[in-house]
Design a protein around this ligand. Structure first.
Ligand SMILES: Nc1ncnc2c1ncn2[C@@H]1O[C@H](COP(=O)(O)OP(=O)(O)OP(=O)(O)O)[C@@H](O)[C@H]1O
Ligand SMILES: [Mg+2]
Length: 277
């Protein structure tokens, strides 16, 4: 028997090449999901550590200073840190709970807020100013945790494109004419050279030499997964980029029950309501 791979599928029991490609794609998507979760875990653990440091420091300060004003201030700080810790766990638990693999009417606003909350400290650390614009939208037909995975991938890419800091805008809005819920992630980073643009969604295309100091990036699967997820949602993902100015990724997802202005109902003239006897 030859060891050469054969392009012809001659055994009826062997999966066809298309089936093999499909299986590999599914495995790749699974692998990327774990990478995204792993990245999230490291951000969250780091965040938690920051919160605990605050709690410990302010508790020590309160023990040292007996005056009421200082103690009150310490309690307030401890309280704020505790609330932040609760928010972080709620965000992560929400993501873990949201494991449905069916598309359903999903309100994207809380999902965007959670993703922003989980990454806001990391953005601060890299001197990235974060602007979040959330408008009222109808629900989108979506698998929530997959859209969150897309958003985290795009936000991490954006942060990595701004090594000396910059501005990141995350915007959620409704496009009534197209009946879609749109999500944009725009950075003021390096931009993508025109000759690379057609390749950025290819699996394993990466210009990064490996994971950065926060352990993120470099496999080249992020955008390939984003595109697969959005296509499976019958949505669209689009990129606009200018070298030296920045990059914007826009996702469009089909909306459920678009907001339509309620019709003004006037009582019919000349019709007397009748009662059945
Ligand atoms: N916001 C952005 N600004 C500039 N270049 C970008 C941006 N997003 C993606 N790119 C380019 O597209 C390439 C592919 O991105 P992708 O997310 O698929 O892979 P990656 O970030 O290199 O690795 P990972 O799979 O770990 O995310 C990046 O290496 C980078 O060159
Ligand atoms: Mg990436």
């Amino acid at each position: 028997m030859s060891n050469q791979p054969s392009a012809v599928n001659d055994s009826p029991n062997q999966p066809s090449l298309e089936e093999q490609v499909e299986t590999l794609k599914r495995r790749l998507a699974e692998a990327q999901k774990f990478t995204a979760l792993g990245e999230l875990m490291s951000s969250t653990t780091h965040e938690f550590n920051n919160v605990l440091t605050s709690v410990i420091n302010y508790a020590q300060m309160g023990l040292r200073h007996k005056d009421e004003a200082t103690r009150n201030r310490c309690f307030e700080k401890i309280m704020a840190a505790g609330e932040r810790a609760a928010k972080i766990t709620t965000g992560v638990l929400g993501m873990a709970r949201n494991r449905s693999d069916r598309r359903e009417a999903t309100d994207l606003a809380p999902l965007v807020k959670d993703a922003v909350m989980l990454l806001e400290r990391e953005m601060q650390k890299y001197r990235v100013e974060l602007e979040v614009q959330i408008e009222e939208t109808p629900p989108a037909l979506a698998i929530g945790n997959q859209i969150q995975q897309v958003l985290l991938n795009l936000m991490i890419n954006a942060r990595q494109a701004m090594p000396r800091g910059g501005r990141l805008v995350v915007r959620l809005w409704y496009e009534a004419e197209e009946r879609c819920v749109s999500l944009m992630v725009r950075d003021s980073g390096t931009g993508i050279p025109a000759e690379q643009l057609p390749r950025i969604f290819d699996p394993f295309f990466s210009t990064k030499s490996g994971p950065d100091e926060s352990g993120k990036g470099g496999t080249g699967l992020g955008l390939a997964t984003c595109r697969d997820i959005i296509e499976a949602h019958e949505g669209k993902i689009r990129v606009q980029s200018t070298v030296g100015v920045g990059t914007a990724f826009t996702i469009r997802l089909p909306a459920v029950n678009p907001i339509v202005p309620a019709p003004v109902i006037k009582p019919a003239v000349g019709v007397t309501p009748t009662t059945a006897t």
